[in-house]
Design a protein around this ligand. Sequence first.
Ligand code: NDP
Length: 467
Amino acid sequence: MTNATLLILGATGDLTKRLLLPGVGSLIAGGEQPDLDLLKGLTLLGSARSETAADDWRGVVRTAFEGVDASGDLAESIIGKAAYVKADPTEPDDWKALLDAADGDELVVYFALPPAVISKVADVLKDVDLPERTVLAVEKPFGSDAESAARLNEVLRAVVPEERIHRVDHFLGHRATLGMLALRFDNRLFDPVWNADDVERVEIVYDEQLGLEGRAGYYDTAGALKDMLQSHLLQVLSVVATEAPATVDPVDLRDATAAALRATRVWEHGPVFPNTDAPSRRARYTEGDVGDRHLPSYVDEEGVDASRNTETLAEIALEVRTARWAGVPFVLRSGKAIGSPRDEIRLTVRPVRHRPGGQSGEGEQEQIVIGFKPPRLGLRLTAGGGSMPFGLEPENVDGELPRSAVTEYGEVIRGVLGNDPTLSVRGDVAEQCWRIVQPILDAWAKDEVPLDEYAAGSAGPEGWQRH
Ligand code: NDP
C-alpha cells in the first residue's frame, strides 16, 4: 500500500501514544525495504473528540518516533504530513471531515477506541460512503462474549469484506510467539517431544509488575481473564498447540491455529490447582510494594467499583482435545502487581522412564521455557555434575532468542498497511475464544470460585503454589 492514510480513531489515547505510533516508528527504524515502501506517502491522520492542534499532534508523533530511534527523510515526511481532525466517530455527520482529510488511494481506519465505542462506530460506518480500498483494524477485546463478537463480525463485514478486517492481537506479532514456529518446525529437536506422550503440562504465563495505572474505566469492567487470557494468551496457546501448517501464508497458518482453538475446552479431568477442584482461580491485589513503588489496594484505586469483583490475577486450565495434546493441562495465567513476575511459555516434560541405578544427587524434571521479554529460550535439564563421577545436578541453560527492532505493534502496522492478515485474528477465531472461556465466566458470575487476595508485590495469594 502506498499513499495510504492511517486514520487513528482514539488518537489521544494511551494505546496510540505508547504502542501504535512507536510501532510505526519502529518500522521506519528497523523495517526492510518493503516496509519502507509501505510507509512512503503515509498520512497519519489522528482523530478524537478532544481539540488538539495539528502541531501538537505532530509533536506526539515526533516524540513517539524519537523513542524508537526513527529519524531521517521518511520519518520527517510522515511527521510533516501528519494531520488531526476533531471528530466524534459515532456521529455520521463527522465522517465527512474525516474523509475529506484523508489522502491517497487507500484508507486504514484504526479503532483505538474503548471497546463499547467500537461497535457503535462500526454501526455508523455501514452508512458512510468509504473509499473502495478501505481496511479496518479493530483492537481487542473483540466483543464481550461470543454473541456480541458474532454481531460485531456481522456489522464489520457489512462495511468491508472479511479479508479487509484486521482484528488486532499484538501477541501474535511477538517475537516469542513467532519464534516458536521456527523453534518447533525448523529444528528436529523440539517437535518430536511436543506432544502428550512427552509433555506433562503446558503453562502460558504473563504476569506484570504494573498495577491499574489509572485505567479503571476500561479494566474494571474487564479484569485479567478478559483483558489477557481470553485474547492474548489464547492466541499464544494456538501457536503452541498447532499442527505444522503447510506454509505460513494467511490461509494455512490461520487454518492450523484455528483448528487448535476449536479443539480447546475448559479442563474437565479433576484438580489442576492445589486446594480446589475448579479449573480456574481468581484473585485481586491489596496494598503493597512492587519494587520501589507503593500500590494501594485495587479496590481503593480511582474509578474502581469493588462490588464488580474484578480480578487482577486469573489462572485457568484448558485442554486441547487433539491426538497430540489430549490429557495435558494447558494453564493460562496473568496477573497485575506481581513481584518478580514471570512471562513465559513453559512445557514440563514427563519424567524419564528409567534412571540408571547408582547415580547420586538430585535430577530435575526437564522443562522447555520460551520467554517473552526479552525473547529467550531456556532448558531445565538434569546434568552430570558435583564431585562424584556419577553425580546429578539440575542445570539451567538459557539464551536470548533473536530480537527485532520492529515492535509487536510494528508487526501489526505492517500487516494492516500491507493488508496481510497473517497475524490478525480471523472472525471465527474471535468468537471461538469467547466460547472457550464462557464456562469460567459463568462460574465466576455465580460466585462458584472464590475471589482470593494477594498483596501487591507478592507472587500471588497464599496457597497458590508457583509451578
Ligand atoms: P484510552 O482510554 O486511553 O483512549 C481512548 C481514546 O478513545 C481516546 O483518544 C478518547 O479520546 C477516545 N474516546 C473515548 N471515548 C470515546 C467515545 N465515546 N467516542 C469516541 N471516541 C472516544 O484507551 P486506550 O488507548 O488504552 O485503548 C484503546 C483501545 O486499545 C481499547 O480497545 C483497548 O482495549 C485497546 N488496547 C489498549 C492497550 C493499552 O495498553 N492501552 C493494549 C492493547 C489494546 P476522546 O475522549 O477525546 O474522544
